[in-house]
Write a protein that binds this ligand. Sequence first.
Ligand SMILES: Cc1cc2nc3c(=O)[nH]c(=O)nc-3n(C[C@H](O)[C@H](O)[C@H](O)COP(=O)(O)O)c2cc1C
Length: 210
Amino acid sequence: MTTLLQIDSSPMGERSVSRKLTEKFVNTWHKSHPDGKVIVRDLTALNLPVVNGSWIGAVYTPAEARTPEQTKALTLSDSLIADLQEADEYVFGVPMHNFGVPSSLKLWIDQISRVGKTFTYSAAGAKGLLTGKKATMLLASGGVYETGSPMASFDFVAPYLRAVFSFLGVSDITIIAAGGTAQLNTGEVDPHVFLAPWLDKVHAHAAHQA
Ligand SMILES: Cc1cc2nc3c(=O)[nH]c(=O)nc-3n(C[C@H](O)[C@H](O)[C@H](O)COP(=O)(O)O)c2cc1C
């Protein structure tokens, strides 16, 4: 059985563009994986904590030497990492906030980027441990940041996500970035008209996920 991990991070609920894209991906994916399992995580509902000194101390203490408090401090991180280890594929819905990822997603990345669990160091350098996985990042931004556009260098979402997940061992990464959602706020563009080509693109990509 193939397992898909769906992670949404937009606080905009029904009005979110990135959530509509992940919904489309999952619906299409289900058709080609009728027995597949989908693990859904809404980061805006998890109230994730920032990593603090105790957490970092626990991470860098060998598992067998951790105090019960240190083991407890890593429980949430362990469960979020278990999602990533269980799933074969990941799909992320990511709104651009202040040219970067939303804070809930950054907090999640801080929880799941753990030496000895999702990456390791060897004489040859860092090595990601989330190998054999595929990731699809479905981005939404008010502005347009396509390669060659005037604002392209302000996009710290796509390059950041690609760097983090490559570092963690995910080699098959697809990014679809729906730029220009600001047009929806003025009412001059029909949301269905705006969304249609992006939903088609997501559908075509999801339909080709083996
Ligand atoms: C707090 C906040 C910060 C934002 N920062 C940016 C930004 O830096 N650049 C941009 O193009 N759009 C920005 N936007 C607009 C969002 O990227 C846009 O509304 C997008 O559709 C969000 O995805 P969502 O619809 O899935 O929530 C921001 C929106 C919010 C709420």
